[in-house]
Design a protein around this ligand. Structure first.
Ligand SMILES: NC(=O)c1ccc[n+]([C@@H]2O[C@H](COP(=O)([O-])OP(=O)(O)OC[C@H]3O[C@@H](n4cnc5c(N)ncnc54)[C@H](OP(=O)(O)O)[C@@H]3O)[C@@H](O)[C@H]2O)c1
Length: 304
């Protein structure tokens, strides 16, 4: 990564995640309204072909207000170098754009192997950049995909082409394995943190049966609620935005909502971000380290 040339330049501390824009149970007009409100705020967006018809909703909103098209991170991959260009096109066409700021590399199979071993993929990454399809790359990490990225980072293959790493980092989740996290910190690699509020208000995650997507999140909420309450921060959104930005390597946190009032909470929180007290961070960091070893790295891929 080379300072001024980083695709992360001018990234906004809060990024609007667009999962909720693709929820077809919600009226399309409401989703368009939220998209426009987020565009008006000037924050970056994070999106993917995987989020229902979010790309089509965004494409419509962009066509209506071309001057307000946000900078974007899109998910690209997957298990073969030859898929990359097609996946980028699959995003750009509905969005009505010629390029985006950052590609989030989701690596598996042969592509992950090539990445770990300094293979041809790096040349393809550079070609796609030279063509202006993306201006940079973030590498996605999950507990079960940390290994190839750790190997590539240690070997130095990522230098000059990879701008940073993107993974779930919120009070209830830190999805880089302990080893990978330590390496990222040691090498001062920029981070984009995902799932700002861990899926919703922490008391709901703890108390409402079925609110948490998985049981482990409910159990983690039980441990985090007392820490949140002790902090005396009034809003969970504010706590979470401040939590992410308590790590100096974190450049942005990605959170989603389908509601104007919840978007307003994210936008208010990003306007004035004080790191949380060190004692609060240390308590949660210790939980992350324990959860990672006890649970995350043993999880069946894609089950958490
Ligand atoms: N592998 C990946 O690349 C990956 C995986 C997961 C997520 N992401 C990215 O990260 C973004 C965020 O992830 P996420 O949606 O899983 O998690 P999140 O942002 O932590 O949680 C979103 C959920 O929280 C609710 N919410 C937000 N603010 C709220 C508030 N103030 N009060 C009550 N509820 C609130 C939203 O509901 P309402 O709509 O009702 O507000 C929504 O159900 C995604 O949109 C996506 O861009 C990427």
């Amino acid at each position: 990564m080379s300072g001024n040339k980083s695709g992360l330049n001018e990234i906004t501390p809060y990024i609007y995640g667009t999962t909720r824009l693709g929820d077809q149970k919600l009226p399309r007009t409401e989703r368009l309204k939220v998209a426009h409100a987020a565009m008006n705020s000037g924050v970056w967006f994070h999106t993917s072909r995987m989020y229902g018809d979010a790309l089509e909703v965004l494409g419509e909103a962009f066509a209506e207000e071309p001057a307000k098209v946000p900078k974007l991170i899109i998910k690209i991959g997957w298990d073969n170098i030859n898929q990359l260009r097609g996946v980028i096109e699959e995003n750009l066409v509905p969005l009505g754009l010629n390029g985006v700021q950052l590609g989030q590399l989701c690596l598996s199979g042969g592509l992950a192997n090539d990445f770990a071993n300094g293979g041809h993929c790096y040349k393809v990454f550079q070609d796609l950049k030279d063509e202006g399809l993306v201006q940079g790359y973030l590498v996605e990490a999950f507990p079960w995909t940390s290994e190839p990225s750790l190997k590539a980072l240690r070997a130095g293959y990522t230098q000059g082409i990879i701008d940073g790493y993107i993974f779930y980092l919120n009070p209830l989740q830190r999805f880089a394995s302990n080893q990978f996290w330590d390496e990222i910190v040691e090498r001062k690699q920029p981070i984009v943190a995902m799932r700002t509020v861990s899926g919703g208000p922490v008391h709901n995650l703890r108390d409402i049966p079925g609110f948490a997507w998985k049981d482990y999140l409910q159990k983690r909420a039980v441990e985090v609620v007392p820490i949140f309450e002790k902090s005396e921060v009034k809003s969970w959104t504010e706590f979470c935005v401040r939590f992410a930005h308590s790590f100096p390597l974190v450049k942005a946190t990605v959170g989603s909502t389908s509601k104007i009032e919840n978007l307003a909470e994210f936008l208010t929180a990003k306007n004035h971000i004080d790191p949380l007290p060190e004692s609060i961070i240390q308590e949660i960091v210790a939980l992350h380290r324990r959860w990672s070893d006890e649970y995350d790295i043993h999880a069946v891929p894609w089950t958490m």
